[in-house]
Structures are given as structure tokens and as C-alpha cells.
Write a protein that binds this ligand. Sequence first.
Ligand code: NDP
Ligand code: 2IT
Length: 445
Amino acid sequence: MNVDKIMSSLEKKHPGEVEYLQAVREVLESIEEVYNENPQFEAAGIIERIVEPDRVIIFKVPWADDEGNVNVNLGYRIQFNNAIGPYKGGLRFHPSVNLSILKFLGFEQIFKNSLTTLPMGGAKGGSDFNPKGKSNAEIMRFCQSFMLELWKHIGPEIDVPAGDIGVGGREIGFLYGMYKRLKGDHTGVLTGKGINWGGSLIRPEATGFGCVYFASEMLATRGESFAGKRVAISGFGNVAWGAALKATELGGKVVTISGPDGYIYDPEGISGKKIEYMLELRASNEDIVSPYAKEFPGSEFHQGKRPWEVKVDIALPCATQNELDENDAKNLVNNGCICVCEGANMPSTPGAIEIFQNNGLLFAPGKAANAGGVATSGLEMSQNSMKLSWSKNEVDSRLHEIMKNIHIQCVKNGKRQDGYVDYVKGANIAGFLKVANAMLDMGLI
Ligand code: NDP
Ligand code: 2IT
């Protein structure tokens, strides 16, 4: 495989798709060696086939706001690869959504889902709809219009969407309601469902919990744990909330959260009712964290800044892609941070990752560390198929086992001769091999 040649061909075909090209390059660079050792992959054109989605579905989403004005957004579903199971991946509603961002997320999802050990292919979708400031009724009408098109392309054995940024339990409810009315059956076509209508316990917490379980496994390789550690978290959404809960439970002190407006520094620790308050902030649809500082005196709001300038032992980026750059990475290293574990998808830039690895930090990429979310979606699908619900403990212990297993796969495939574990390489190789071998088994299709 010649990575530069493949990349320049992709750049010509997909000009300007920066995030997608960034995600593909990272994977190709880390699997190059294994790929070249297995000439059967080259003969079957695995790389050329895996970097392009099976199909891209784009549709318009017309909806009326509360004043009766007509609005039109774009809706997408990228069905990337279903070699090991039905397409599976979240839906993102955010004004920044475009083809490049959804293709990067769909591509990453292939390898993440493979790492979970569950039978799920890779997909992603969403819309450039901005939920900020929208009423409940507007969000419902948008979700209904979105599903009016999407339902033709999904199904419990075909493609199973879930949440992501801007899509939580409320949106999944509106989407599922419309699907059920159109299709006339009550199946597990979406995950992240409400607990009374087919959802799984622990799914809301799963991504954040899984991220902290993964970080704990990494810390254990150096005889460390969360106990007594200062933790910086970015974002204040679903993933940040779950991570704050679990990190606190394990004895860590979470000192930051962040939003697009800036970050909160709370030296007393963000625990107990402060973590519950994060849910209120998120539900307000206002997209800001600054009210936290008024609610909890003693905490500080730093406008327009990122939390990576705070002195911490552990950093959990849980907001969005490319939110931690080289300068941020240098700040963390200089402040003595020992572990960076990605709750978000691709939050660290390639330059930042290089700095972490060159300085010997424990660094886990999102496709390994945040796989607990989709893994628990897989467990929701299993429960739906069995028409049973597992207890909290049952789901949580399965999630914990899955995260431990992903850690083992990363160490097995990423351990260097000097003993340092390159988790990026480990995750990419382990995720890739399973999918590539499945594609080989099925011939040229
Ligand atoms: P939410 O919508 O619940 O929260 C996203 C958070 O990130 C919000 O606090 C959001 O604020 C914030 N955010 C967005 N852009 C920025 C920015 N530029 N600077 C600071 N904060 C920002 O989404 P999730 O918690 O579900 O998703 C967070 C990340 O985790 C994403 O990368 C997602 O892909 C990933 N992920 C999610 C999983 C899940 O199960 N939900 C599973 C695996 C990964 P705002 O909306 O105001 O911009
Ligand atoms: O990025 C992700 O893994 C998710 N948003 C969760 C996807 C899922 O299908 O649960």
C-alpha cells in the first residue's frame, strides 16, 4: 500500500473533505505494515473498497417553525460498511454538519464497532439543523420530517441509527414515533430508546462510563488509578456527563466542563448535584455553560477558552472533533498530565496526538475509548431481539468486560518493542483486521 498515492487520489475525488481525509490518513498510516504483510488484502482491493462508503443518502428536510415559516435543512445517512453486521451509528444534529464530518464519523464507526466484538457495521447520519433555541414542538416537527425520508433506508437488520451531538432521548423518541407510525411495527430500529419502550438501562451513561473504564485500564498498566486525580473534561453533553459521574465515583476530582462559550473551572470538584445540573444546562437548548458559575459560587467561567490550560492528571475530551490542538497538548504535557482518553470522536488533532505519544503519555483514541456507547447500543439490540430487559448490573458488567477486551486488543496490536503502547495503532489494526477478513470471506461485492 502506498498511503500518499491513495490519499492523493482521494483528495482529487473528494476535495475539501478535510475531516474525512484526516480520519482515513490516520487509519492507513497505522495499518500499512500489517496490510503489506498480507498480500491477499491488496489482491482484493480491500483499501480502495473500505475507504468509500457503500452509499451516501442525502435528502431535504422541510419543516415549519412555530411562526409558520418554512425551513429547509439537509438530512444525511452514510452507510459505510456492513461486512460484519447491519449498519450502525449515530445521528448528529448540529449546524456544522456536512458530508465530510459525517463521512469521517462513519469511517471511524466501522473500526470502533468491530472493536466492540459485537456484529455491527459502520454508519453515521444527521442534519445541519441547529437545535439551539428551538421549542419542543419545532424539534418534534423536524424529527418527524427527517424520519419521513430516512425510514425508507433503515430497519432492525439493515441499519440501526442512534444519538450523537444534538440527538438524545427526546429526539430518539420523536424519530421512533414517526418510524413506528410509518412502518406499523415496534422493532428495535433505533437505539437510545426510552426505558419504557425498548431502551436499555445504562445506555445514557454508557459512552462516558466506558471511556472512564478504558482510562482505568490504561492507568492500571502503570499502577495508577482515578483515586485522588484531578480530571479535566470538555463538553457538557451526554458523554461528558457520564464520564464525570464515573470518574467521580472512582475517586477522581473533575475540575472542568466546557461549552462553545468557554469552560468552567471548579476547584471543589464537579460532583453530586453539580453533575445533575449538567443535564439541566443541556436540556435548556441554550448551548452555554456560563450559568454554572452563577449557580455554584467558587467556580470560575473562562470565556472563549478551552479547559486544557488547567493543571490536571487526566484529560477526557468529550465535546467534538479537533477541539484539542498542539498548543493544548503542550499545556497538558507541561502541567504533568499522564493520561488523555478521548470520549468524543477525533477530538485531538494529529499534531496533538504526536505530542502526547512523543512524551510517553497514555493516549487512547475515541474509536477505542468511546466504543462503550455503541457497544451498549448493541446490547440494546440484543435485548430487543430477545424481548427481554437486563438489569443495570448485567448491562454495566457486560459494558465493563467489553471495554477491558478492547484494551487487551489495543495492547496486543499496539505494544512497541520499548514497551510503550501505541493505542492508535493497536485500535486501528485490531478494528481493521476483522472487517478486512470478513470482506475477503464474502468475495468481491
Ligand atoms: P451532546 O450533544 O450531548 O453534547 C455535545 C457537547 O459538546 C455539548 O456540550 C456541545 O455543546 C459541546 N460542543 C460542541 N461543539 C463544541 C465546541 N466547539 N467547543 C466546546 N464544546 C462543544 O453530544 P454527545 O455528548 O453525545 O457527543 C459528544 C462527543 O462524543 C461527540 O464527538 C460524539 O460524536 C461523541 N460520541 C457520542 C456518543 C454517544 O453515545 N452519544 C458515543 C460515542 C462518541 P454545543 O451543542 O453547545 O455545541
Ligand atoms: O459515535 C458513536 O459511537 C455514537 N454516537 C453512538 C452510536 C450508536 O449507534 O450508539
